[in-house]
Ligand binder design. Structure first.
Ligand code: UN1
Length: 505
């Protein structure tokens, strides 16, 4: 194992390199690498959050009239700044969220990718023109900026998910107010400081179009998130987190008819059919279940294996699970880093207890440190689909059950509350087409011969049912950040009414 620096010292030196110093008191910021205190951050008071919302509302009135491609230029500059700082930012993600260095860097890459996507999109906010039933008329739609967007993000993708929202919102003409997870305030400060550099460059190069306060960071707890949710000046709240959080946020937004974009829990399954290429499947299963220590909303939690293969698949997975290296996420040999905190470790232990109580055979899962946040990944043979398989445990636990027909496997895939991601391994065209068809998986992400996690930004990301229904990142997800106006323009000398209605005066 290479000699690695003290995590808190390394984090502080990365922050200093980015020009950030931490105050002596405030909210604690810790690293899960060894549980140490990195420093403190200053939370926003409710009055400060209120003032920030007012500034965002004022910024909106200016930013909405800046031409889309100019807005895109700012996001392009941010992508350039991120490229320059990819290494320290990726390391900081690793230190604060505990994901492996490769994944920390991958997360920053995801930010860069969405900036590129959004910069291109800034010239493509297309509306349709329709043929009209009336002579001398034109019927079309235009897409306009919506208003300030509140972003509430989770610890597991502490910076990329904000950037999916920020880059699209800015290009769409909306200012952003960001409340990051209380568990990851430092990465938020760091990426926001880098954004401010891009904004300063934009102001220097495109002065007439620069608008202050188009991106603001509000560090704090649920009370700050709640202010964003309840304030009528916040037009859209994009919230990533648990289904429990979504159940609190969604009715409040609905009560004031605000838009919501919800990315909630997942309980993702992968089906291994008799025709599957098992070598491929095993690699995909390992990354999807153990990557990010099982702390992605897209992590694989339920493995549904055809009964003819179940023993073989379990026998081949067991040594992969037993040999996966658990340790410091900065060590290039590590596959599974720490869980975010001790509570997450307890959550994993409780799920395994529930699995045993339901008759499951648990392989692995034990803590390897005294704090219980470094845990061996667990592989659990379940006697039937049930017990803790029915809910999401944010930890590296993979439950395995057998199935006999594809219909049954699809039923099981769809039988849980969440509907985020799903996958099938098959070389049978009929099976894969059935899985992706209207009568197949009911999830927002439906993959063939690839795992459940690790989506590219080009597609729309999100899921159905208790996952909340929101879509972020690629495809036409931008529409959530804009309002649509339908325009009928009469250039004739008559007032013909639609549907042939007559009203002669
Ligand atoms: C999340 O876990 O909240 O598809 C987002 C993936 C990542 C995003 C996950 N690109 O796994």
């Amino acid at each position: 194992m290479p000699v690695l620096a003290d995590p808190a010292t390394e984090a502080r030196s990365i922050l200093a390199g980015l020009g950030l110093s931490l105050p002596a008191s405030g909210l604690e910021a810790r690293t899960p690498v060894d549980g140490a205190l990195i420093g403190h951050v200053t939370p926003a008071t409710p009055a400060e959050a209120e003032a920030a919302i007012a500034r965002a509302a004022a910024a909106f009135r200016l930013w909405r009239s800046v031409p889309g491609p100019k807005r895109g230029e700012l996001v392009r500059l941010y992508g350039e700044e991120l490229r320059r700082e990819k290494d320290p930012l990726g390391r900081l993600v690793t230190l604060e969220a505990g994901k492996t260095l490769s994944e920390g860097l991958g997360e920053v890459q995801e930010m860069i990718d969405i900036c590129d996507f959004a910069a291109g999109l800034s010239r493509q906010l297309y509306g349709l023109t329709m043929t009209t039933e009336r002579p001398g008329h034109r019927l079309m739609e235009t897409w306009h900026p919506l208003g300030p967007v509140g972003v509430i993000s989770a610890f597991n993708f502490p910076v990329a998910v904000w950037c999916w929202n920020l880059s699209l919102a800015l290009v769409c003409g909306d200012p952003v107010l960001w409340k990051p997870s209380e568990k990851t305030p430092l990465t938020a400060l760091a990426v926001h400081a880098v954004f401010e550099r891009a904004l300063a460059r934009f102001a220097a190069e495109q002065g007439e179009f620069a608008v202050p306060d188009i991106s603001q960071l509000l560090i704090g707890g649920p009370e700050i998130g709640n202010l964003l949710v309840e304030d009528r000046r916040v037009a859209l709240v994009s919230a990533t987190g648990s289904t429990r959080m979504g159940r609190i946020v969604a009715p409040k937004l609905a009560a004031r008819f605000a838009r919501s974009l919800l990315e909630l829990g997942g309980n993702n399954a992968l089906i291994v059919t008799p025709s599957a290429d098992l070598d491929l499947a095993l690699k995909a299963i390992a990354f999807a279940a153990m990557g990010t220590a099982g702390q992605r909303c897209t992590s694989l939690r339920r493995l549904l294996v055809h009964e003819s293969l179940k023993d073989e698949v379990v026998a081949r997975l067991k040594p992969i699970w037993a040999s996966a290296s658990v340790g410091d996420p900065r060590d290039p040999g590590t596959l599974v880093g720490p869980l975010i905190d001790a509570a997450a470790g307890e959550g994993m232990a409780n799920a395994l207890e529930a699995a045993r109580a339901a008759g499951g055979i648990v392989h692995g899962g034990e803590a390897v440190d005294s704090a219980g946040i470094y845990r061996r990944p667990a592989l659990v043979e379940m006697p039937a689909h049930g017990g803790p398989m029915l809910y999401e445990t944010f930890a590296p636990v993979l439950y395995v059950v057998g199935y006999s027909t594809l219909e049954e496997a699809i039923e099981l895939n769809n039988s849980v509350g969440a509907g985020l991601s799903s996958a099938i391994f098959t070389t049978d065209l009929r099976e894969s087409e059935r899985f992706v068809s209207a009568a197949g998986s009911d999830c927002g992400i439906v993959n063939v011969n690839i795992g459940t996690s690790g989506a590219e930004i080009g597609g729309a990301f999100g899921g159905e049912k208790e996952t909340g229904g929101g879509r972020e990142a690629g495809s036409d997800s931008w529409r959530a950040y804009m309002r649509r106006a339908t325009n009928t323009i009469n250039y004739s000398n008559e007032i013909p009414l639609a549907q042939g209605v007559r009203f002669d005066i």
